[in-house]
Design a protein around this ligand. Structure first.
Ligand SMILES: NC(=O)c1ccc[n+]([C@@H]2O[C@H](COP(=O)([O-])OP(=O)(O)OC[C@H]3O[C@@H](n4cnc5c(N)ncnc54)[C@H](OP(=O)(O)O)[C@@H]3O)[C@@H](O)[C@H]2O)c1
Length: 309
């Protein structure tokens, strides 16, 4: 089978199209024929060696940690799926990934994909969708009627966060550049702040929850807009813990985890029309280099998918 692997850290040029053996599932694993995978910033961060302390790397490494596909074979202890089931999931980031025609993954990281969408859209859901879900609900404790500020609202994580928060009944405010304002309002944002033109920290106050996918100054300024006791959830490093304490707000950093139960809940929202995966660009698997260059540019709307079949 074909797999896009790295044999060393480096720029997009280290992505190599390799012919490798189709892996065999262990006892609690399944072999999935991948129809589509998607690109997340962690893919190029790992490729560039920027995450080697967090996710120790064995070369060669297949990148990519999103999949939608069909179960081809099952380990002897797997009783939850059958051959031919259409599944989606976010496999373990410490193992070989999903830029490949097949992969083996723990069965408990997968669930049946939403029936109302194809594999291309389904592959755009797991990693970014689970990150948004866990940020808003597990760590952010978002409740109906609360005011939530979502940074990078037009991005992979942000487009899910906007839709999940809206479905929960929150008042949703996003930051984005001008060309994404109307798009985000159509997606469900009540207010959108053009971060190139306006200072969100002067425009906003009394916010219950901020989702930070930018870090740095954005994280620091976000502390200003929270009400006392509010929560700033970051998917990056928590840089301003002392300042958060002084402001009497919570600053919490987390790394999203695989969670098949939450993926089922997200699938229900997709199937009942409340959430739509936003797929900006579709490349073939062998065009992974182009996809990385585009993702690293930092202005993707929604997701980039790599179509395998
Ligand atoms: N800890 C975890 O578990 C975890 C999980 C997932 C992601 N992450 C991290 O979270 C970050 C975001 O991930 P992602 O997949 O959402 O990235 P992404 O899709 O690449 O984000 C692109 C978006 O960022 C927006 N953007 C760029 N600079 C901005 C700014 N200063 N203010 C507001 N929006 C801005 C762009 O909007 P415009 O084009 O309108 O500028 C674009 O739509 C990455 O660093 C990623 O590694 C962490």
């Amino acid at each position: 089978m074909k797999a896009i692997r790295i044999h060393e850290f480096g720029g997009p040029e280290v992505l190599s199209i390799d012919d490798v053996e189709i892996p065999k599932p262990g006892k609690d694993e399944v072999l999935v024929k991948i129809h589509a995978t998607s690109v997340n910033p962690v893919d190029w961060k790992i490729r560039a060696g920027l995450r080697k302390e967090k996710f120790p790397t064995n070369f060669p490494l297949t990148l990519g940690w999103d999949l939608s596909g069909v179960i081809e074979a099952l380990g002897e202890k797997v009783g939850t799926f059958r051959k031919g089931d259409e599944v989606y999931g976010r496999p373990d980031i410490t193992k070989n990934g999903t830029y490949a025609e097949y992969t083996v993954v723990k069965a408990n990281t997968l669930c049946i994909k939403p029936i109302g969408i194809g594999h291309t859209e389904a592959a755009a859901v797991p990693l970014a969708g689970l990150t948004a879900w866990q940020a808003l609900f597990d760590h952010g404790l978002l409740k109906e009627g609360q005011r939530v500020l979502i940074h990078a609202a037009a991005g992979g994580v942000g487009t899910y966060a906007v839709q999940f928060a809206k479905a929960k009944g929150a008042h949703v405010i996003g930051t984005a550049s001008a060309h994404n304002v109307d798009f985000l309002k159509r997606l469900g944002a009540d207010e959108v702040i053009d971060y190139n033109m306006d200072d969100f920290e002067t425009a906003l106050s009394d916010i219950d929850l901020v989702i930070d996918t930018i870090g740095g100054e954005t994280q620091l300024k976000s502390l200003e807009v929270l009400k006392e006791g509010g929560r700033l959830i970051t998917v990056l490093a928590p840089e301003y813990t002392a300042e958060a304490k002084a402001k009497k707000v919570h600053l919490i950093a987390f790394t999203a985890q695989s969670n098949a139960e939450q993926l089922k809940e997200i699938g229900k929202l997709i199937d009942n029309g409340k959430v739509k995966p936003i797929v900006e660009t579709i490349y073939t698997l062998t065009d992974a280099k182009k996809a990385h260059i585009e993702s690293e540019d930092g202005h993707t709307r929604g997701k980039i998918v790599l179509q395998v079949i």
